[in-house]
Design a protein around this ligand. Structure first.
Ligand code: GLN
Length: 192
C-alpha cells in the first residue's frame, strides 16, 4: 500500500516535499484546511517557510488543535526548518506559542539572516553524508531526555528524533538527496 503523507500547504516550501514523496512512491496529500486532515494519513510533513505566519494560519484554518492532538498521539511527522520551530516545545527568542510537541529548544535564525544561508554536508543518522542547505535556519540548543540527536553542523544540533517526530533544521527537500525522506518513510512511519 502506498503511504499517504499529508503536506501542510498553507505557506512556504511545500511543493518540493510533494515532489520528493512522489519520487519515493508515497502519495502526497496537500493539507490546506481542516477537512483535508483525515485519520487516513500515515504521516505529515511540516515544511519550511515562516513559522510565525504558518502558526497564525494554523489557528485561522482550525487545523491547530487537530494537528497538535494527532502529533501528541503518535502521528509520524517530519518538520523542516520552520516546521521544526512549529513542533518545538521551546524557542529561545520569540513568544513561542506553537504546537509544542517535540522536546527541544530552538534558536530561530541561529545561523544568521538570509545573507548567511549556506550549504554543507554531514552524517545523518548513520545513513551517510547528506547535503544540508540552511536558509535562515534555526538550530537546537537543548534536548529533553529521550530525544535522539541525528545530525550536527558547525557543532550545532540540526536533526533530532523523538519517537514519531523528526525535526530537521535544514532543507532536505531542496537537494536531490532522498536520505531524510526515506528515513522518515522507512523508520519513523514504522516506529523502527
Ligand atoms: N526563520 C524561519 C522561521 O522562523 C525559518 C526559515 C525557513 O524555514 N527556511 O520561520
Amino acid at each position: 500500500m502506498r503511504k499517504k503523507i499529508g503536506v501542510l500547504a498553507l505557506q512556504g516550501a511545500f511543493i518540493e516535499h510533494i515532489h520528493m514523496l512522489e519520487k519515493l512512491g508515497a502519495t502526497p496529500v496537500e493539507i490546506r484546511q481542516k477537512s483535508d486532515f483525515t485519520p487516513a494519513l500515515d504521516g505529515i510533513i511540516l515544511p519550511g517557510g515562516e513559522s510565525t505566519v504558518m502558526g497564525n494560519l494554523l489557528h485561522k484554518t482550525g487545523l491547530f488543535e487537530p494537528l497538535r492532538n494527532a502529533l501528541a498521539e503518535g502521528l509520524p511527522a517530519l518538520g523542516t526548518c520552520a516546521g521544526l520551530i512549529l513542533m518545538a516545545k521551546n524557542a529561545e527568542d520569540s513568544a513561542h506559542k506553537h504546537l509544542c510537541v517535540l522536546g527541544v529548544t530552538v534558536r530561530r535564525h541561529g545561523f544568521g539572516r538570509q545573507i548567511n544561508s549556506f550549504s554543507t554536508e554531514g552524517d545523518f543518522a548513520g545513513q551517510g553524508q547528506v547535503p544540508m542547505v540552511f536558509i535562515r535556519g534555526p538550530y537546537i540548543t537543548a534536548v529533553e531526555d529521550g530525544v535522539e540527536i541525528l545530525a550536527t553542523a558547525q557543532d550545532k544540533i540540526v536533526a533530532v528524533r523523538q519517537k514519531n517526530l523528526l525535526g530537521i533544521a535544514f532543507h532536505p527537500e531542496l537537494t536531490g538527496d532522498t536520505t531524510v525522506h526515506e528515513f522518515f518513510l522507512k523508520k519513523v512511519l514504522t516506529n523502527d
